[in-house]
Design a protein around this ligand. Sequence first.
Ligand code: FAD
Ligand code: NAP
Ligand code: FMN
Ligand code: NAG
Ligand code: NAG
Ligand code: NAG
Ligand code: NAG
Ligand code: NAG
Ligand code: NAG
Length: 671
Amino acid sequence: MNGTDLVVLSAILVAAIIYLKFDTLKELILSNDDDISATHGGSNDIVQMMQDNDKNYLVLYASQTGTAEDYAKRFAKELKSKFGLNVLCQDVENVDLENLHNLPSHIIVSFFISTYGEGDFPDGAVNFEQYLSTAQLSDLKYTLFGLGNYTYEFFNMAAKKALKMLTEADATLIGKLGLGDDGKGTTEEDYLSWKEETLETLHGFINLSEESTGFKPSFKLSFVDKISDDTYLGELTSDYLPSNNFTPPTTVSAKHPYVTPIAHAKELFKSVGRNCIHTEFDISNTTIKYQTGDHIAIWPFNANEKVEQFMTTFALQPNKIFNLEPLDPTMELPFPCPTTIETALRYYLEITGPVSRECLSVLSEFAPSEIKEYVISLSKDKDAFAQEITAKKFNLADALLYLSQGQAWSQVPWECLIETLSIITPRYYSISSASNADPSTIHVTSIVENDTNEITGSPTLGVTTNLLRNISLNMNDPNSTKIMPVQYDIRGPRNLYGGHKLPIHIRHSPFKLPTDLSIPIIMIGPGTGVAPFRGFIRDRVHSVGSGDANNMGKMMLFYGCRNEDDFLYQEEWPEYSSKLDGNFEMIVALSRVSDKKCYVQHKLKERQQDLVELLNQGANIYVCGDAVRMAKDVQRSICEMISQDKGISIEDAGEMIKAMKNNGKYQEDVW
Ligand SMILES: Cc1cc2nc3c(=O)[nH]c(=O)nc-3n(C[C@H](O)[C@H](O)[C@H](O)COP(=O)(O)OP(=O)(O)OC[C@H]3O[C@@H](n4cnc5c(N)ncnc54)[C@H](O)[C@@H]3O)c2cc1C
Ligand SMILES: NC(=O)c1ccc[n+]([C@@H]2O[C@H](COP(=O)([O-])OP(=O)(O)OC[C@H]3O[C@@H](n4cnc5c(N)ncnc54)[C@H](OP(=O)(O)O)[C@@H]3O)[C@@H](O)[C@H]2O)c1
Ligand SMILES: Cc1cc2nc3c(=O)[nH]c(=O)nc-3n(C[C@H](O)[C@H](O)[C@H](O)COP(=O)(O)O)c2cc1C
Ligand SMILES: *[C@@H]1O[C@H](CO)[C@@H](O)[C@H](O)[C@H]1NC(C)=O
Ligand SMILES: *[C@@H]1O[C@H](CO)[C@@H](O)[C@H](O)[C@H]1NC(C)=O
Ligand SMILES: *[C@@H]1O[C@H](CO)[C@@H](O)[C@H](O)[C@H]1NC(C)=O
Ligand SMILES: *[C@@H]1O[C@H](CO)[C@@H](O)[C@H](O)[C@H]1NC(C)=O
Ligand SMILES: *[C@@H]1O[C@H](CO)[C@@H](O)[C@H](O)[C@H]1NC(C)=O
Ligand SMILES: *[C@@H]1O[C@H](CO)[C@@H](O)[C@H](O)[C@H]1NC(C)=O
């Protein structure tokens, strides 16, 4: 193949896939994923909304898991409180942008856009992307901040595409394109330096006269006397309130998760100190449907110890019942109300994640007086902050108690905490069951996050995975106590999760087996990356059982783990192998049993001949698991393999892989 062929081929494939993606994505969104209805009354025409609410600045965000949303809201809040602007801040998914070109020219728009999938816009922004691709916006002045992670091949591609389209639409960029990088863990610092520069530049376009500094609430807080049937005690939606007879939603989505029973759960590792939990959700009584290869979203809540630590840190009264009212009708409540302080901390707010420098800066105003000056200086010193707070993996309570040497930060207003913390978001897992073989259960394979920090010696514990472990231990031995460093109130709000249940919804993924059974498949999934491949193999075993298995293509699975102790589903594979009648082969790389590291990519090299043959027969390649190193190393190995086999340069082999990716022949499910 020569270079020109390659370019032409890739171009055709890219065009085809873009076309397909728009359609499939739209279909997915319209059929069952997140609701796209507007969440506020009245018109959702953007120009009308600006006018109706007397707004003079617009912030729009496109976010998958809420990071871009957080930054957009912070930016909007700062423009409001510092400069007295009337800012409208909206998700592009919830507004009609058709008339954006009619926006009065003195109004500036700030976009916050995160990248998903393979350099794509977030799911909810499909219409937005399509709109931009044909828009004429010669009067529009805008700023743009992108959120991404450099470990992905298409770094911040959605924001870059937006810039290109906006440029083609003749709009004017104010300042520079900002690029946040989660991969280096610098999103916060990237944002702060982008913001500083952008505000400087904005001065030339609008009157930004600093009004006052300090926290100004966006919600009116009031206290309520009694808990009623309408008070939220951790329910995620009104569906499950007593006043609504605890009625599960008929259409399950991110906005209406379903409280689903867990039928089985068990520990998969044989080692002590490292855990991996297998969990089976029973969806038989629900309207939830999934396909092999999809993702499940699990809605977690915080551990008792973390909630208590947080309340002590701020001297909060757990049982106070409160209500929030937006001071600005275009703003949504951060979580459902009325509710109690303890409920908000347990079920609605993310209290254990890393602390941002800006968060410390906001709270510094309320620091105990003896340390106030130090806190302010720390919040302004990037390097000191990184060393004193970030490197120690402190959460907010840890950090503040460390700074105050145990003294409570009792002056921080509750409204300020509500607005400074992020909202708890669901965690995604690659489903490890098959929709044909296991139509009524969804299996999850999750490694329990427990990293010991080198500096403090304390463990950093993942919220969801430790919750799943608590449930698993409790299901298998209700008497087991104190094995875990943290405990959860696993009965849930009003005992809603009693008998072992958790709220879930499904996110469809393009990571799919070929519909043509004869196409060979090469699967590479070390560690928990094996999860979707267990699903793939169970799917194929089921197909054999139901007789549609003539001419089934060869299936190779490259799996890697440390040793026999963390060999996932070790007892299941031989059975699958015998049922698949020689079509399935599993190749295992154990990395810690000899002096020399053995990884999946070493095994790939050993089997180069077979792999090349399968590729020439049109095999699909699937890679799942760690994106930081593994997926890249594996791609490099395959690239070398293709280059050797075809006698082409590494660059051309790389182009081929790109083309395969665009064509769905090389699929990744990496995180
Ligand atoms: C598409 C997709 C598929 C996935 N599939 C799987 C799968 O099949 N199996 C699987 O096990 N995982 C999977 N994951 C990862 C999973 O979604 C979760 O991210 C993971 O389980 C951790 O969730 P958690 O709530 O336990 O941890 P979190 O509480 O969300 O913590 C996340 C990480 O941050 C660290 N952390 C927490 N607090 C701090 C702090 N203060 N400072 C610094 N670091 C901190 C934690 O140690 C942890 O490593 C997938 C992710 C995606 C996006
Ligand atoms: N555990 C971590 O430190 C870490 C780091 C980044 C991300 N993560 C997250 O954890 C997920 C999966 O972790 P896990 O605990 O299931 O996996 P794991 O058990 O940590 O790893 C599975 C196997 O992959 C090996 N491995 C390590 N680096 C590799 C590489 N570059 N190429 C190929 N194989 C490699 C490991 O070997 P050795 O361990 O012997 O090297 C081990 O044998 C990742 O996808 C990611 O989300 C974990
Ligand atoms: C499944 C997945 C795919 C991603 N794909 C990309 C990508 O292709 N390019 C990129 O720069 N970042 C990618 N990211 C990183 C996100 O863009 C980044 O974490 C961002 O902060 C998320 O913002 P959000 O919470 O607003 O969606 C991906 C993240 C995940 C979990
Ligand atoms: C800024 O304010 C000053 C005084 O209020 C006014 O004269 C000027 O026109 C304003 N500039 C812009 C760009 O609105
Ligand atoms: C967490 O990890 C540490 C270090 O590996 C280990 O000693 C400890 O037992 C683990 N904790 C739990 C609860 O598994
Ligand atoms: C499904 O519903 C039936 C009837 O309400 C009930 O008896 C059964 O226990 C439910 N099964 C699960 C798994 O919830
Ligand atoms: C739990 O403890 C109770 C009382 O001590 C005992 O009767 C029961 O058998 C125990 N259950 C298990 C599963 O060990
Ligand atoms: C899990 O949490 C519950 C509290 O809901 C506790 O009673 C139980 O002992 C915990 N299980 C383990 C193994 O720690
Ligand atoms: C960036 O991506 C890598 C690979 O998926 C992941 O391990 C890392 O945690 C990501 N960074 C953040 C902060 O999400």
